[in-house]
Design a protein around this ligand. Structure first.
Ligand code: NAD
Length: 286
């Protein structure tokens, strides 16, 4: 039987989540996605109207199929812990069962189990503020949406993951090196995500034979990255300074995710894998 993947954090065809879905689909996996509730309508309508058809084309000429799209807000674990004002917010009231626990339950009901879990989401409301000017709430919100969201997804999906399964998240070098402009606690959130990758690899490996890895990706002009505001500068910097002076395509990250999720990577867990044209290895810019 082919493998089944749930990819959290796909709302258009520009980001890493979409590229990972495509690489997994090209390798024969069935694709389920979790889409942020406020972005759900636009994504579903665009998909239905054929707006993504060109970017759905797989290497064999067929179009990527998404078996089901689940509304998801990874900041909320279950209905009991979700504030009333969020539940009654008109962007949320039109959808149901979008907390992490409910999405895992729905996937279990619809499909029984999954083999691959991908976390391709982040949010930091104060990302444009330097860390020194970040509020407590902004900092905690960045950690909640970008780091704890992975713990919550793993916790709720691991019972329906087949042994030998794999999970992957996306991180950024700002966790370990100074990247001015990646503020609001987002650098801290990525540091937490990478540290958690180690601890969760141990716990999920021992408990369920599930692997946990993260991809430290180079700069991509995604919707989220454009919102930060310095993405073109980061892309230029990489072109100037990385060992490989070429564009980084989302597909290169997608292909790495497909490798990490496959039996070819059966002994790799707890790893931070750099897919950045080698930029992380440089000590100085030249
Ligand atoms: P993207 O905009 O395609 O993906 C981010 C997604 O997160 C969006 O679909 C958004 O709707 C979703 N999201 C935000 N808050 C959410 C929530 N509470 N619940 C559910 N979904 C939520 O942008 P991207 O740049 O491809 O980001 C994907 C991952 O890649 C992120 O973890 C990001 O930090 C990481 N990354 C990006 C870059 C880059 O340069 N673009 C570099 C390294 C790592």
């Amino acid at each position: 039987r082919g493998k089944r993947a749930f990819i959290a954090g796909v709302a258009d065809d520009n980001g890493y989540g979409w590229a990972i879905a495509k690489s997994l689909a090209a390798a024969g996996a069935e694709i389920l996605v979790g889409t942020w509730v406020p972005a759900l309508n636009i994504f579903e309508n665009s998909l239905r109207r054929g707006k993504f058809d060109e970017s759905r084309v797989l290497p064999d000429g067929s179009l990527m199929e998404i078996s089901k799209i689940y509304p998801l807000d990874a900041v909320y674990d279950n209905p009991e812990d979700t504030p009333e004002d969020v539940k009654s917010n008109k962007r949320y009231a039109g959808s149901s069962k979008w907390t992490v626990q409910e999405v895992a339950e729905s996937v279990k009901q619809d499909f029984g189990s999954i083999d691959i879990l991908v976390h391709s989401l982040a949010n930091g409301p104060e990302v444009s503020k330097p860390l020194l000017e970040t509020s407590r709430n902004g900092y905690l919100a960045a950690l909640s949406a970008s780091s704890y969201s992975f713990i919550s997804l793993l916790k709720h999906f691991i019972p329906i993951m087949n042994p030998g399964g794999a999970t992957i998240s996306l991180t950024y070098m700002a966790s370990e090196r100074i990247i001015p402009g990646y503020g609001g606690g987002m650098s801290s959130a990525k540091a937490a995500l990478e540290s958690d990758t180690h601890v969760l690899a141990f716990e999920a490996g021992r408990k369920h034979k599930v692997r946990v890895n993260t991809i430290s990706a180079g700069p991509l002009r995604s919707r989220a990255a454009k919102a930060i505001g310095f993405i073109d500068m980061m892309i230029d910097y990489s072109l100037q300074n990385a060992p490989l002076q070429k564009d980084l395509s989302a597909e290169e990250v997608g292909n790495t995710a497909a490798f990490l999720a496959s039996p070819l990577a059966s002994a790799i867990t707890g790893a931070v894998v750099y897919v950045d044209n080698g930029l992380n290895a440089m000590g100085v810019g030249v």
